[in-house]
Each structure stands twice: as structure tokens, then as C-alpha cells.
Design a protein around this ligand. Structure first.
Ligand code: MSP
Length: 634
């Protein structure tokens, strides 16, 4: 059995800065890696950035940068955030790394030589935003992406294909045999149903742009670059040295590929098929989590409601944020972020249950035993309480291994509740009054031991908090303590308690610098359009060469406007109340020149003259200095 643990996050696209969704996956992965390290397992944790493809190329061009320049910039932002968040990754891979390129080319070459790749022509729809191919029948209203709703483009180009269809039965067999290969179960069933509907061969190269990894040189075909999803998936093995220095390859196969539900198909269908073709073992678990919304709404840049993880951590504390993310939602389900829900968790679970418990232990030990903590009499008086907690702890780890972090934390908080209750029920202050010093000391030590055991186990999720508690209670937070207190069910050695400042001061109001958008702000944001949309209008400078009134209309003037074309355009404009025909002739105006012609009161109008309007009426918009007819307005 491979005792090594290998945990991965998706590699993040560099067309976007990190948001709560990225932070969520990364923090789960980090907690899982810390959990296995605590258990003494040799663990490798990988994260990184996905930097090729049309989407990145377009995002770079829109900013006037080269794709590499832009990728460097955004990739650094991801890395800096994970470093500031103390994410314990062992490798941060970039798909622009040379070693990754070599690994990806080797993968292509191997699949090719194994007879799984052939050349053909791809014709179909492509969604640049999702970097995904779609068939006609998958599209919404014949042109929109079924996943993100954006418009797709029709692609017809030479392409290399991977024989995905040949792997349909093998994949189905794998899903059947490897019980938890796709988690949670409901998601696995969706994957199985998808595969059962039939798999088509997959286009795995693109020839119409070049921001990607070239095909391996032996093919002598420089027209193509690797399809970005093939390039990206291979990161999980190239990071271990596939094709280069394979000294870390003993970590393969992955123990956990953590992914969002939207990219599960790539990981649970394409990736295992590629691996089968490469004759490599398949991942143990591909685990898909749900999506975060904010105050019940989908997050998007255009709505301006995307949760910035750095901002949350700065306002509320990183450890609190980590606890909230892993406690709030069952793995696999969607979760909602709101400052109120976060504050509630901090004040109740962390402040009332955890922080208070530590304070009480410090306070009582100071009062009753000059901060000395002695566990010698705990079993004599309170064995059944310790046994009850050990029974909870016997079962709790399986929740973490199944990624049910909310259940895991819920169970650990039961231990804290028992500790708090035992103080309330056994009333050490009464024992002291009765002169039962040993028993009073045993109650404090009971509570301290329960807190220590819980802290060891929640340390992967809140490492700094657990460390502070360990420092205060006088034990070392390491694998040895884990084995002693959790596996061997022993108690703390005699120690001296060090008082520490209260851990979770109460939070009374919402703290984030950027307030949650108001309804009005959301409405404004909804109206935002992209620059592309704006530039779809062709606006040109024109000169009014003639103006006439129209019978029966006291609103309209019929204008002839020279916009530098062969003959002036006829444009109707509702400015009659503000301009008279003679004085307006010779005026420069701005004309929207690419509007569909319309008929107004029997006259064709071939464009629109721009005006400004307030409560005092309408004014034509003219360039500040005369410009030649036909000049563009931007
Ligand atoms: N580059 C690909 C992954 C390649 S892995 C070989 C990609 N990148 S991404 O940056 O767009 O998305 C990364 C992860 O963020 C995905 O797992 C996705 O599910 C997750 N999330 C994006 N928005 C999210 C939320 N609102 N909530 C939770 N996770 C979300 O896809």
C-alpha cells in the first residue's frame, strides 16, 4: 500500500485574481495536508496556476500585455496570497514552467505512441471562458454555453483527437470497482450517467492561436498547441517530475484531487482516461466541492459581489475564516458567505465555546493551583468523562478522511461542550470550599485534557490557534502528542499553564472595509457593459448640411448630415423644440452610424445624432474643435 499522501488543488486560471472559491479549495487542501502530516504521513501538497489558452491570451491582450507578462503578474498574486495565508504547499507549479512543458509533451507523445491520438478536423462550438468544446445539441439557444451562459464561437480547424470513446467501458468499470474514486456519491452518480450516455473522442490540440505548449518535436507539426485542459491536467504528474526528474514520482497516484463541481468532469472522465492511456495508476479520490454564493446570490465581477479572501482574513482573522469555511457547509454542497454568518460562528463557536474554555482553565488553575496542572487524579474521579470523549475521538478522523470537515469540527466541538459542561456540573469552586483540593484540580485538568485533545485534532484547520493553546497548556503540538493523547489515549504530563490574552474577542459589527453592496449599487453594477459592447457602436463626427421641419411633427427635424460618405445621411432627430432650421446648419454633431435604419413618420432615418438632456431641455453634442466629417468618436 502506498503510505504516501499526495494532495492537489486545481491550478487556478490567471485571468482572475484569487477569490473565496479559490481560497476554499486551497484551505481544505491545506487542512488535509496538515492533518496527514500530524498523523505522521509523508505528504506532498501541490497547488499552482494554469496559464495557457485562449482565455488568458485574450485577457492579456485586453490589458495591452503579453500573455507571459500578464501570467507572471497574476500568478505572483496567487502565490503571495497563499504565502500570506501560510498555505503549506510543497510545490507551486506554473504551466509555463519548463519542466511542466517537458512533462506535458512527454504525456502527449506517450499517448500518441500508444495509439490513442489521431489527426482529424474539429468542427463545433467552443466556449473560451470555460475552455470547453460543445456540440450543437448541448448549446442553449443554439449559441450559448450551457455551463457559463456566455456566447460560444464556431471553430473549424485541424485537430488531434484523443480516443476517449475507447475508454468508456474501462472508466465505468473503474467507477464501479473503486468505491470512493469520485466523492461525494451523488456527484459520482452524475459522472457515471454522463459516461453511460456515450463518450466522443476529444479534441486535444488547437491550431488557431499559439499561447500554449507546442506538440512534441518528434511530430514535426508546429501548427498546434496542446488543448489547455490536457496541458493543465498533466500538471498533477509533471509537478512530481514526470518526464524530467522523477524523484518525487513515488507520491503518485494522488490521494486527493480537490476540485470544484464545475470541473469534476475534466478530472473524473478525461484525466483518468489520459492516465489509463499513459499506463499510470489512477487517483484514489477526486473530490468535488460546491460553490460559494454571497448573501444568497451568485458571485460575479459584474455584480461586484465577489468575496476577496484577503479582505475577509484581514478584517476577521485568517484562522476564523478557515474555521468558518470548513465548518459552515457540508463538503459537496453549495455554501453562502455573509458577514453575519461569519460573525455568528466567531462569537458562538469560537468565542463562547473555545475561547471561554481556555480562559476558564487559565483562571481556575491560577486560583486553585498557582497555574500548575496535574492530571494524576483525573482518571480517579472522572474516568467516564474521559472515556466518553475518547469514544468520540475514535470515530472523528474518518470524517476528515472523507472530507466532511463540518462533521469533523462539529464532533470536536462536542468535546469542548463536554469540557465546559463538566466545569459547570462538577463545580470546582464548591470542591475548594469543601476542602477537596485534589478533586478541584482534577476538574481543571479534565477540562485541560479535553481541550488539548480537541486542539490537536483541530490544529490542521486552525494551526495558530491550536499552537497558542498548546503553548498555554504546556504541551508540544506535534505527531508525538497526537500519538500520546489521541492514539494512546493518555493524558497531559504535569505542566505549568501560561496565561494568554483572550483568543476570540467578541465582534459586534460587520468589519469588512468594502461594505456588502447595497441594492442600489447592485442595480448600477447590473447596468455595466463590457468595453466590447461599447465599441460595437460606430460613432462619427458629422456636419449638418441641411435641416427641415416635418409636417405634423412638432418634435422632429429631418437632417442631412455629412459624415464623410459619398452623400449625406438622412437622420431624424427630436430636437425641433430646441433648434431652428437655419441656425443649426453647419453645426458639427456626433452620429451613431451603424444603427439599423428605421422609418419615422414616413421618413427613413439612417443613424442617430447624439444629444445631452437635462430638465432644461436637449443640446446637441459637438466636438470641442472642428473635426473633419467621418472622424471617429471613442
Ligand atoms: N484552470 C482550471 C482548473 C485546472 S485543474 C487541472 C480552472 N481554474 S479556475 O481558476 O477557473 O477555477 C478554479 C477552482 O475555483 C475550480 O475548482 C472552481 O470550482 C472554483 N470556483 C470558482 N468559483 C467558485 C465559487 N464561487 N465557489 C467555490 N469554488 C469556485 O477551472
Amino acid at each position: 500500500m502506498n503510505k504516501k499522501i499526495y494532495i492537489t488543488t486545481p491550478i487556478y486560471y490567471v485571468n482572475d485574481v484569487p477569490h473565496i472559491g479559490h481560497a476554499y479549495t486551497t484551505i481544505i487542501a491545506d487542512s488535509l495536508a496538515r492533518f496527514y502530516r500530524l498523523k505522521g504521513r509523508d505528504t506532498f501538497f501541490l497547488t499552482g496556476t494554469d496559464e495557457h489558452g485562449q482565455k488568458i491570451e485574450q485577457a492579456a491582450t485586453a490589458r495591452g500585455k503579453s500573455a507571459k507578462e500578464y501570467a507572471d503578474e497574476v500568478s505572483a498574486k496567487f502565490k503571495a496570497l497563499w504565502d500570506d495565508f501560510d498555505i503549506s504547499y510543497d510545490c507551486f507549479i506554473r504551466t509555463t514552467d519548463e519542466n511542466h512543458k517537458i512533462g506535458a509533451q512527454k504525456a502527449f507523445e506517450t499517448m500518441f505512441k500508444n495509439g490513442d491520438i489521431y489527426k482529424g478536423e474539429y468542427e463545433g462550438h467552443y466556449c473560451v471562458s470555460c475552455e470547453t468544446f460543445f456540440t450543437d445539441s448541448q448549446l442553449i439557444n443554439n449559441e450559448y454555453c450551457p455551463d457559463c451562459g456566455k456566447i460560444t464561437t464556431l471553430v473549424k480547424e485541424e485537430s488531434y483527437f484523443f480516443r476517449l470513446s475507447a475508454y468508456q467501458d474501462k472508466l465505468l468499470q473503474w467507477y464501479q470497482e473503486a468505491d470512493d474514486c469520485v466523492m461525494p456519491k451523488a456527484k459520482k452518480n452524475e459522472v457515471i450517467n454522463f459516461v453511460k450516455q456515450g463518450l466522443r473522442d476529444l479534441s486535444i490540440t488547437r491550431a488557431s492561436f499559439d499561447w500554449g505548449i507546442k506538440l512534441p518535436p518528434f511530430l514535426g507539426d508546429s501548427k498546434h498547441v496542446l488543448y489547455v485542459w490536457l496541458d493543465a491536467l498533466v500538471n498533477y504528474i509533471s509537478a512530481l517530475g514526470y518526464g524530467t526528474d522523477e524523484k518525487n514520482f513515488s507520491y503518485w497516484p494522488a490521494s486527493f484531487h480537490l476540485v470544484g463541481k464545475d470541473i469534476l468532469r475534466f478530472h473524473s472522465v478525461y484525466w483518468p482516461a489520459f492516465l489509463m492511456s499513459l499506463n499510470l495508476p489512477l487517483p484514489k479520490h477526486i473530490a468535488a466541492h460546491g460553490w460559494w454564493t454571497r448573501n444568497g446570490e451568485k458571485m460575479s465581477k459584474s455584480k461586484g459581489n465577489v468575496v476577496n479572501p484577503r479582505e475577509v482574513a484581514e478584517a476577521y482573522g485568517l484562522e476564523n475564516f478557515r474555521y468558518f469555511l470548513l465548518r459552515e457547509v457540508p463538503f459537496g454542497q453549495d455554501g453562502d458567505f455573509s458577514q453575519k454568518a461569519l460573525i455568528d460562528r466567531i462569537n458562538s463557536d469560537l468565542g463562547n465555546e473555545l475561547g471561554n474554555l481556555l480562559n476558564r482553565i487559565i483562571g481556575m488553575s491560577g486560583k486553585y493551583s498557582n497555574y500548575e496542572l496535574d492530571s494524576s487524579f483525573v482518571l480517579k474521579f472522572y474516568e467516564k468523562d474521559i472515556k466518553a470523549v475518547d469514544a468520540i475521538l475514535d470515530n472523528v478522523e474518518s470524517y476528515m478522511c472523507e472530507l466532511q470537515t463540518n462533521k469533523y469540527l462539529e464532533e470536536l466541538w462536542k468535546v469542548l461542550t463536554i469540557a465546559n459542561q463538566s466545569i459547570a456540573i462538577y463545580e470546582p469552586w464548591v470542591k475548594i470550599k469543601e476542602g477537596k483540593k485534589e478533586e478541584a484540580g482534577a476538574i481543571v485538568a479534565l477540562a485541560a485534557n479535553l481541550l488539548a485533545k480537541a486542539s490537536i485534532l483541530f490544529s490542521p484547520i486552525m494551526p495558530k490557534t491550536a499552537q497558542t493553546i498548546a503553548n498555554s497548556l504546556g504541551f508540544k503540538l506535534d505527531t508525538k502528542s497526537y500519538e500520546k493523547l489521541i492514539i494512546n489515549k493518555e493524558l497531559l504530563d504535569k505542566t505549568v499553564i501560561t496565561p494568554t490574552a483572550p483568543l476570540f474577542p467578541r465582534i459586534e459589527k460587520e468589519l469588512m472595509n468594502t461594505p456588502e453592496p447595497t441594492t442600489q449599487e447592485k442595480e448600477i453594477k447590473k447596468e455595466l457593459i463590457s468595453a466590447d459592447k461599447f465599441f460595437a457602436s460606430k460613432i462619427q463626427v458629422g456636419v449638418i448640411v441641411k435641416a427641415e421641419t416635418i409636417e405634423k411633427s412638432d418634435r422632429l427635424l429631418k437632417l442631412l448630415v455629412d459624415i464623410g460618405e459619398e452623400k449625406p445621411r438622412q437622420i431624424l432627430s427630436a430636437i425641433r423644440a430646441y433648434y431652428d432650421v437655419e441656425s443649426i446648419e453647419g453645426t458639427q454633431v456626433c452620429v451613431v452610424a451603424n444603427l439599423k435604419p428605421v422609418k419615422i413618420m414616413g421618413f427613413e432615418s439612417y443613424g442617430m445624432v447624439l444629444t445631452a438632456e437635462d430638465k432644461n431641455g436637449i443640446a446637441l453634442i459637438s466636438p470641442q474643435n472642428a473635426k473633419s466629417p467621418g472622424s471617429t468618436v471613442k
